[in-house]
Write a protein that binds this ligand. Structure first.
Ligand SMILES: NC(=O)c1ccc[n+]([C@@H]2O[C@H](COP(=O)([O-])OP(=O)(O)OC[C@H]3O[C@@H](n4cnc5c(N)ncnc54)[C@H](OP(=O)(O)O)[C@@H]3O)[C@@H](O)[C@H]2O)c1
Length: 272
């Protein structure tokens, strides 16, 4: 399963996994974009076993419906790529009353992963990959203002959410020790995709101007596909990768107390 499978890194990851012969589920929030990507992934990979599921990661109900729909159709999940993500110039509030960057990038995937964990464990060996960003460096989890009500900027919210991806990965890897399920996270590089383009602010213009210098989504996806499938990485867990290379993430990301507290708060916000 690849979330955000209709565009950029997610779509190319779906093509790569499908080319290897897997059954691939792409999760998309927009029906038209999802159907177009579904046809493209099938055509490019030559694999007919591509399935589209619609869900908005920023809505807890939508994530619950997705997990239910998946479980009613399939009884195995070997690879979960939590890839969907967005950055927003202005603060948006979700249907659950939560800040949207945090929900789309972190809470939705936290909930989805936990809801699918029984199927994933039963499918071991299995792998969970969380797509994060170098933007997590220098970021903090603002437990006193998690929803950016007092102070919001796109980079503050995005950095916090991507740090949450890393902290979640490390805590999840600890909880999964001995189960045959691994959890790793990955910065895909600076990639030419749809990322930040929907935004009407200055950010979208800056991204557009700089984009010729970015790497292609196809190249970025190679690292995701390798982490998802390489036999030599079968027992690697709780690691941060920058492209194909294992790297150290920020000091903040290794703080066990922060990871534990984030898990607790994420549980309260999503599972209660
Ligand atoms: N591009 C970069 O330079 C870069 C660098 C570091 C990390 N990343 C990370 O890489 C991942 C993939 O991004 P990308 O560069 O491939 O950008 P992209 O082309 O914009 O793809 C992002 C995907 O996520 C989907 N998405 C966003 N919010 C969603 C939600 N609430 N529910 C469901 N789907 C949602 C988007 O759907 P729509 O098409 O409907 O918007 C799109 O399919 C993200 O996690 C991003 O943070 C990207």
């Amino acid at each position: 399963m690849v979330t955000g499978g209709n565009s950029g890194v997610g779509k190319e990851t779906a093509v790569g996994l499908a080319s290897l012969g897997g059954n691939v589920v792409i999760v998309c929030r927009n029906k038209n974009k999802g159907e177009a990507a579904w046809a493209e992934v099938k055509a490019k990979s030559g694999n007919e076993n591509i399935h589209l599921m619609l869900a908005d990661l920023s809505s807890l109900k939508s994530v619950r419906d997705l997990a239910d729909a998946f479980k009613s159709k399939y009884d195995k999940l070997n690879v979960l790529v939590n890839n969907a993500g967005e950055i927003l110039s202005r603060r948006h509030v979700t249907v659950d009353g939560l800040e949207r960057t945090f929900s789309s990038n972190h809470l939705g995937h936290f909930l989805l992963t936990n809801l699918l964990l029984d199927v994933i464990r039963d499918s071991a060996p299995a792998r969970i990959l969380n797509i994060t960003s170098e933007a997590h460096r220098g970021a903090k989890i603002h437990f006193d203002d998690l929803q950016g009500e007092k102070n919001y900027s796109a980079f503050r919210a995005y950095g916090q959410a991507k740090l949450a991806n890393v902290l979640f990965t490390y805590e999840l890897a600890k909880k999964l020790e001995g189960t045959g399920v691994t959890a790793n996270c990955l910065h895909p590089g600076v990639v030419r995709t749809g990322f930040g383009r929907d935004d009407s602010g200055l950010m979208s213009a800056v991204i557009w101007i700089a984009s010729p210098f970015f790497k292609s989504a196809e190249k970025a996806a190679r690292a995701v596909i390798s982490l998802a499938t390489s036999p030599e990485l079968e027992s690697t867990s709780g690691k941060y990768f920058s492209g194909m290379k294992e790297a150290r993430s920020s000091e903040e990301s290794y703080d066990r107390e922060t990871a534990r507290r984030l898990w607790e708060v994420s549980e309260e916000l999503t599972l209660s």
